[in-house]
Ligand binder design. Structure first.
Ligand SMILES: C[S@@+](CC[C@H](N)C(=O)[O-])C[C@H]1O[C@@H](n2cnc3c(N)ncnc32)[C@H](O)[C@@H]1O
Length: 344
């Protein structure tokens, strides 16, 4: 039976794994956001998790369909070509946990391969928004006979804590979309290392997709400022998410424009909101002033060359079991998917 002809089943459960801190109980409301906005001129930041409310996730999905966002196409090519080999690493009875799962369109390529191999696994999609987890999992319902679908509602940190409670024979983490690039290089090392500590040496695996520095600078620049303006809407939606948390229009979207910058020296895109004019507000007794033309940074997207990728794995004490490269002939592959294990 082909995956699409299996009968529809009841909706997939979404487990709330959020800690008190994630739920916002352990901190003053918007503490992190206000801390970032109190920095000096042009050093202000807003956390990139604000991008990913339900509307932001839908806008991000739309970005992945734009011609300019080449990352999705490269990743789909790699998955399309190598999903069967990737699936070979996943054992019958495994838990496959996707970090920051998003729309699941690419994930389905790997799940289809696992299904073809007849393995009974549980797939856990972890992400920040409950309604979007329900919606995206519903798209896959009825598609698999062997794979159980679940959602995990929480952050990466919540996911790492939750891993200790799973008793499946093998845990395989999946991190697609070059989301690793959103972390600084040091944070990426710490992230991998800390997840590595939560995985069992020899058995568990971590599959990481990563964009490469070898793409043309013009392509990388366009990818973060698509001609259809979807990325700009995605960026400005962050202000709606912030204002919703504050409870009033503290940072009106009409007072800002999206202003990305590709920093070649650092090998990363830097995403900013630029104030069209000065904005002031006060909340919880804290005054915030954003000056005319001031930049607020909210995201990085780092790119790695071959040597930087190897250095990262080494620093994180990860072993590369297998690596799938997009257009590797030149030695300057445009995208990679690496299957890692961790040392004792
Ligand atoms: C760049 S998008 C990638 C989405 C999807 N994996 C893809 O490849 O298209 C980043 C994803 O990570 C999620 N995310 C970002 N920060 C997160 C965090 N701290 N904890 C959990 N998920 C997070 C976002 O909600 C979003 O779905």
């Amino acid at each position: 039976m082909s995956p699409s002809t299996v009968n529809k089943i009841a909706s997939s459960p979404v487990f709330d794994i959020r800690s008190d801190e994630t739920k916002g109980f352990a901190k003053a409301p918007i503490e992190d956001e206000l801390a970032g906005l109190q920095a000096v001129y042009n050093e202000k930041t807003l956390p990139n998790v604000l991008l990913y409310d339900a509307k932001g996730l839908q806008l991000f999905e739309k970005i992945t369909y734009t011609n300019d966002y080449y990352l999705t196409g490269l990743e789909m090519d790699l998955l399309g070509e190598h999903a069967d080999e990737m699936a070979e690493w996943i054992k019958d009875g495994a838990a496959l946990v996707e970090l920051g799962a998003g729309a699941l369109r690419k994930t389905a390529i790997l799940l289809d391969a696992i299904e073809r191999q007849g393995k009974r696994i549980t797939f856990y999609a972890l992400d920040l928004d409950h309604s979007e987890l329900t919606r995206t999992l519903a798209e896959l319902e009825g598609r698999y006979r062997h794979i159980t679908l679940c959602g995990l509602w929480g952050t990466y940190d919540d996911g790492r804590a939750w891993l200790a409670s799973t008793n499946e024979e093998q845990r395989v983490l999946l991190w697609l979309g070059s989301s690793i690039g959103n972390l600084s290089r040091q944070e990426a090392k710490d992230f991998l290392h800390s997840f590595g500590r939560a995985l069992r040496p020899g058995i568990d695996k971590f599959i990481v997709a990563m964009d490469s520095k070898y793409n043309a600078v013009s392509s990388m620049t366009r990818a973060y400022n698509d001609s259809e303006g979807v990325t700009a809407s995605f960026a400005l939606n962050l202000l709606d998410a912030f204002n919703a948390k504050v409870g009033f229009k503290a940072l009106p979207p009409s007072s800002f424009c999206y202003s990305p910058f590709f920093n070649q020296a650092q090998g990363r895109n830097e995403a900013y909101l630029r104030a069209r004019h000065g904005v002031r507000f006060e909340v919880n007794g804290i005054a915030v002033e954003v000056r005319d033309e001031e930049l607020i940074r909210f995201a990085y997207s780092h790119k790695y060359d071959n040597a930087e990728r190897d250095l990262l794995w080494r620093a994180a004490e990860a072993n590369v079991e297998q690596e799938w490269l997009h257009s590797p002939q030149s030695g300057r592959a445009r995208y990679s998917i690496s299957l890692l294990s961790f040392r004792d």
